[in-house]
Design a protein. Sequence first.
Length: 77
Amino acid sequence: MKVQCPSGEEIEIIVSQDDRIFDIKEKIHNETGTPSEHQLIKIEGKKTLSKRKDKKKISYFDLDNNSSLIVSMCISH
């Protein structure tokens, strides 16, 4: 899966259909250091996922290793 990070860097992560959005955020955290709780995920440049969707499996969103995500930062106080 291709992930465009807030820095503009693009990384690739390997996902499985059983992964949840939270698992994806953890993989991004491991690669970039961006805490999962500060990540906003946008699917294929269209739909931004709310934190309520973190427990959903990626198969729910028809995502796989050929998909692209955009990550932006959300820092709440």
